[in-house]
Design a binder for this molecule. Structure first.
Ligand code: ZN
Length: 69
C-alpha cells in the first residue's frame, strides 16, 4: 500500500464514502461476475471509479467473498 500524506478532509464529502485516491471522486457500486480462487462468483458487488475505471472492494465485500467457503 502506498504511503499517504496524512488524512485529508475533502470539502462536502460525506463520511464513509469511499473515494478513488487518484480522482477524488466517489466509487460507484456495480455488480460483476468474477473469479475468486478458482470459483466463479456471480453478481459480486464491487466499487468502480467512474473516471479512471479503477475497481476495488469495500472491506465488507471482501469479507463476504473470502467467507464463502
Ligand atoms: Zn479514479
Amino acid at each position: 500500500m502506498p504511503a499517504k500524506t496524512g488524512p485529508k478532509h475533502e470539502h462536502g464529502l460525506k463520511a464513509g464514502a469511499l473515494l478513488c485516491p487518484v480522482c477524488c471522486v466517489e466509487f460507484r457500486e456495480i455488480q460483476v461476475d468474477m473469479e475468486w480462487e478458482g470459483k466463479v462468483l456471480h453478481n459480486v458487488k464491487i466499487l468502480k471509479c467512474p473516471v479512471c475505471q479503477t475497481e476495488t472492494f469495500t472491506p465488507e465485500q471482501l469479507k463476504d467473498i473470502i467467507g464463502q467457503n
